[in-house]
Write a protein that binds this ligand. Structure first.
Ligand SMILES: [Fe+2]
Length: 359
């Protein structure tokens, strides 16, 4: 075995209550190129390790106050990367087995030979190095897997967003609607103190809330006049269509799914599709309902300009208790006062920033 480089040589800690034995062991290991420290007791060894961890602890078993197994247990718990080699009496086979069971890398029986000490210590350090490399490799692999999973998730969300954008491209006057509903919902959620995961799901659900309109006939979707009862029923199928479409994809995002299904519920129970009332409507859906309606009111249509912001806010307040949740409307008003999102310019008829369509 070649001698380790003095600078990078592993640091060994020798623990024995007999000074002559410590000196012998130290000389053997230093001749092998290791850097060494020594301690006369378990307590002193722990103090030395606290100051500077070691790659290897070579400890006697029979010591007053703290025996070798107790020290072994402490080292395994506090310095799991440190290899421990136990020195035991020749008749202590059971004890040696007990040491291995408690995590000792190896043991040496007294009286020992110089080459035996060198061999066992060298093997223990090599084994330790392999274990460290193994752990580092596993952690690296786990990080790579997580990175890949995040990349897939981002790609998946981008695909869903493209689907929502494709829907808006069919109707240029709603271009940007889902993005704005996402912004408004996010601002309300922050005002209400929702946690980060629910906020992220709410934003996703808001961006995708009308995706079910893909299943609505275009003639009905873009009709400029009043809808017939049949047409209204048809268009109001979009929350359930969207929910069915996204359910297999968003199994891990129930709050996002709730927004898609329940954003047309009303707090008085007269909404669709389930006729839920009050707190039975998921909070995320009550938030999205406010955001959705505000954007619908302030957006221009081909046949009318959007409503002024103050008028739209007055309408939201008027519909508290029937259509909207009071806390959600109040939170939206606070977010608006705090300029948490850009105010819509209702004098401008959309589309204002429609991208050119690629044939
Ligand atoms: Fe909708």
């Amino acid at each position: 075995m070649s001698l380790p480089d003095r600078e990078t040589a592993p640091c060994c800690l020798i623990v024995d209550d007999e000074a002559p034995l410590r000196a012998v062991l130290r000389r053997i290991l230093e001749q092998q190129g290791f850097r060494c420290r020594d301690a006369a007791s378990g307590a002193e060894a722990v103090a030395l390790l606290e100051a500077l961890p070691a790659a290897l602890v070579l400890t006697d078993y029979h010591m007053p106050e703290m025996d070798g197994v107790t020290l072994l247990k402490i080292v395994r718990e506090r310095w799991p990367e440190t290899a421990v080699v136990m020195v035991t009496g020749v008749s202590d086979v059971d004890l040696a087995v007990q040491c291995l069971a408690n995590g000792a890398m190896d043991y040496v029986t007294k009286p020992f030979r110089v080459d035996e000490i060198r061999g066992r210590v060298g093997q223990a350090l090599e084994k330790r190095q392999l274990l460290l490399e193994n752990t580092a490799y596993r952690e690296h692999l786990e990080a790579r897997v997580q990175q890949q999973a995040r990349a897939y998730e981002d790609l998946f969300l981008a695909s869903l967003q493209s689907l929502a954008d494709a829907l808006e491209v069919k109707d240029p006057y709603t271009w940007g609607h889902s993005v704005r509903v996402g912004q408004y919902s996010l601002a309300i959620a922050r005002e209400l103190g929702l946690d980060a995961d629910r906020i992220a799901q709410l934003e996703l659900g808001s961006r995708l809330h009308d995706i079910g309109k893909i299943g609505v006939r275009e003639g009905v979707l873009n009709k400029e006049g009043a809808l017939t009862p049949e047409e209204y029923r048809h268009i109001m199928e979009h929350p359930v269509i969207g929910w069915r479409l996204l359910s297999p994809l968003l199994r891990d995002a129930p709050h996002a799914l709730a927004v898609v299904r329940s954003h047309h519920e009303r707090v008085d129970g007269r909404g669709a599709p389930d006729g839920l009332a009050g707190d039975a409507i998921p909070l995320e859906a009550r938030i999205a309902a406010v955001a959705d309606s505000f954007d619908a009111m302030t957006s221009g249509r081909p046949y009318r300009a959007g409503m002024a912001v103050d008028d739209a806010m007055a309408e939201l307040r008027r519909c508290i208790g029937t259509q909207f949740d009071a806390e959600c409307v109040a939170a939206f008003a606070r977010a608006m006062d705090a300029r948490a999102f850009p105010l819509p310019d209702s004098r401008v008829r959309r589309p204002v920033a429609r991208p050119s369509l690629v044939a």
